[in-house]
Write a protein that binds this ligand. Structure first.
Ligand SMILES: Nc1ncnc2c1ncn2[C@@H]1O[C@H](COP(=O)(O)OP(=O)(O)OP(=O)(O)O)[C@@H](O)[C@H]1O
Length: 261
């Protein structure tokens, strides 16, 4: 039987707290095929970031296994170090180096590459995110949206097998975040990358994801396409969550229209 590209099987993550332990991720399953964009959507504190940290190797599992591209990353038998997982990360605060130009920021993870290969890869990434003219600028000379595109280029440059995006748009204004969500989807699809995005913003999830997991208290209540969540919510919690934002994103509207055409 064909294995999924990314598989989280029955994983639990527990934080030690004074007097008791806090089970933040509770026997969770998740599967993603190569080239798919998954999204974990849920209220603050439901465990979204913890799942990304477990995939990246920063949080040990209490139980369960994480496999990527046929390799066990975390499980009973082994715990691969974060830098050996082939997993890239991108966060909400850009985390760009302020004293480095755009091209040096993008090339930062390629220091072991030879000079020509590194320069060619940086050029390719600048083209991909549409910023070749900004290559000599410093982060403070760019808009928030441009900075986030540099952060994306830097995360993609070493060709990770999987990209994790933790609330990447939350520091941006509403118009920019919606536009950038669509742009990022296009860039990821062009690069053929498998990715997981974490957000509590439904419009963002619908704009970017092939599959969305609605989370509640450390579990995924429903894992489905945007259309499935919208048309066949698994229970009242999912229905309320999906309905909560009165205006659906443009993509959700387009999906509903094309399905009923
Ligand atoms: N290192 C830690 N030690 C103890 N508890 C933690 C730790 N990190 C997170 N938690 C707790 O675990 C729970 C889940 O946190 P997590 O950051 O995964 O949630 P989240 O869904 O990403 O929330 P948000 O949307 O606010 O970022 C929260 O109750 C949080 O307070």
């Amino acid at each position: 039987m064909k294995q999924p590209f990314l598989e989280l099987r029955d994983i639990s993550v527990v934080y030690p707290c004074p007097g008791e332990s806090l089970c933040v991720v509770n026997r969770l399953d998740l599967q993603l095929e190569q080239g798919e964009i998954g999204c974990l959507l849920g209220a603050s504190g439901c465990g979204k970031t913890t799942i990304l940290r477990a995939i990246a190797g920063f949080e040990p599992l209490q139980s369960g296994t994480i496999r990527l591209a046929g390799r066990e990353l975390s499980g009973d038998s082994q715990q691969i170090a974060p830098e050996q997982r082939g997993v890239g990360m991108m966060f909400q605060d850009y985390a760009l180096f302020p004293h480095l130009t755009v091209e040096k920021n993008i090339g930062f993870g390629l220091r072991r590459w030879n000079k020509q290969e590194r320069a060619a890869r940086v050029d390719e990434m600048l083209e991909l995110v549409g910023l070749p003219a900004e290559r000599k600028r410093y982060p403070h000379e760019l808009s928030g949206g441009q900075q986030q595109r540099v952060a994306l280029a830097r995360a993609l440059a070493p060709s990770p097998s999987l990209l994790l995006l933790d609330e990447p748009f939350s520091n941006l204004d509403v118009d920019t975040r919606e536009r950038l969500a669509f742009e990022v989807r296009d860039i990821l699809k062009q690069a053929g990358l498998t990715a997981i995005l974490v957000t509590h913003n439904q419009a963002e999830a619908f704009a970017i994801a092939d599959r969305i997991g609605v989370m509640q208290q450390g579990q995924i209540v429903q894992w489905g396409t945007p259309l499935q969540l919208h048309e066949q919510p698994a229970n009242d919690f999912v229905a309320d969550f999906v309905r909560r934002e009165a205006l659906l994103s443009q993509r959700a509207q387009a999906l509903v229209r094309s399905a009923s055409a």
